[in-house]
Ligand binder design. Structure first.
Ligand SMILES: NC(=O)c1ccc[n+]([C@@H]2O[C@H](COP(=O)([O-])OP(=O)(O)OC[C@H]3O[C@@H](n4cnc5c(N)ncnc54)[C@H](O)[C@@H]3O)[C@@H](O)[C@H]2O)c1
Length: 256
């Protein structure tokens, strides 16, 4: 630990699994008091345990980011009991993979599900914490995707691609609005990272992995830990003159 986030209080949504779990552990490892907000309380508690065992400080709270009132209540509870947060990592997200031209009801349900977590959730959590972030010259790190730009090699996830384009738009618009308050807002664009989110797709469709890897200069899939460095960079003073941008962590996928 080099203490890059010493004195910080970081919220990580969806910190119970995959990329969020790695980022939560990374934030705690850099000295931040880390608060894991996840709909899956068992998973969040387990990650807290891992952080404590490694000597870090973490707490978990059950939160469904789709529930606006619950997000507002959670932000109030945290500032009242612990103090204002200084870092918000909006990581909670889901994917659905059905063709747009397939079963109409399924496609509509996919759309509703994905938008409610990936965009409504992003709004709900950020809006609930924005006063705390303005009070602390805080930092927001949103998790976008290569699908914030692209779709060709990742078909059958139209809602997800649309939502991740939205994450990038949200990042840029919020950065423009909150810069005067000293709040920086950035995003990370992971490539294909091996997590439970895509375990089934990887198992069912090895061609998906092959096609993505053929287009990835570093010639491997990502691991959740590959996203930690960019997250620490964007959350810390190392990136103090960076806002409204996205850092790709995709093995070079988007460059070619
Ligand atoms: N894995 C990848 O290849 C990849 C690539 C690009 C972007 N991403 C993005 O990274 C983020 C994390 O993905 P992951 O792969 O680690 O997924 P994951 O499924 O391993 O973890 C997602 C976490 O979010 C939580 N979550 C889901 N819905 C929630 C809700 N409504 N409220 C609160 N918590 C909720 C889950 O309980 C889980 O702990 C997502 O935004 C995803 O879109 C992932």
């Amino acid at each position: 630990m080099s203490g890059l986030l010493a004195g910080h209080r970081a919220v990580v949504t969806g910190g119970g699994s995959g990329i969020g779990r790695a980022i939560a552990k990374g934030c705690a490892g850099e000295g931040a008091e880390t608060l894991i907000l996840d709909a899956n309380s068992e998973a969040a508690a387990a990650v807290c345990g891992e952080i404590a065992a490694a000597g870090g400080r973490a707490r978990w709270f059950e939160l469904d980011v789709r529930d606006r009132d619950a997000c507002i209540a959670m932000a109030g509870k945290i500032s009242g009991e612990l103090g204002n947060i200084t870092i918000l990592v909006n990581n909670a997200g889901i994917n659905r993979r059905n063709p747009f031209t397939g079963d109409a009801d399924a496609v509509r349900t996919d759309w509703d599900d994905v938008m409610s977590v990936n965009l409504d959730g992003l709004f709900n959590v950020t809006h609930a914490f924005v006063d705390q972030l303005r009070a602390t010259s805080g930092r927001v790190v949103n998790i976008g995707s290569i699908q914030s730009f692209l779709h060709l090699r990742t078909p059958n996830s139209l809602a997800y691609t649309t939502s991740k384009h939205g994450v990038l738009g949200f990042t840029r618009a919020l950065a423009a609005e909150l810069g005067k308050d000293g709040v920086r807002v950035n995003a990370i664009g992971p490539g294909l990272v091996e997590t439970p989110l895509n375990a089934e797709a990887r198992a069912r469709n090895p061609d998906l992995v092959r096609i993505i890897l053929e287009h990835t200069p570093l010639q491997r899939t990502g691991q959740p830990e590959d996203i930690v460095g960019p997250a620490i960079f964007l959350a810390s003073d190392l990136s103090r003159y960076v806002t409204g941008d996205i850092i790709m962590a995709d093995g070079g996928y988007k460059t070619i």
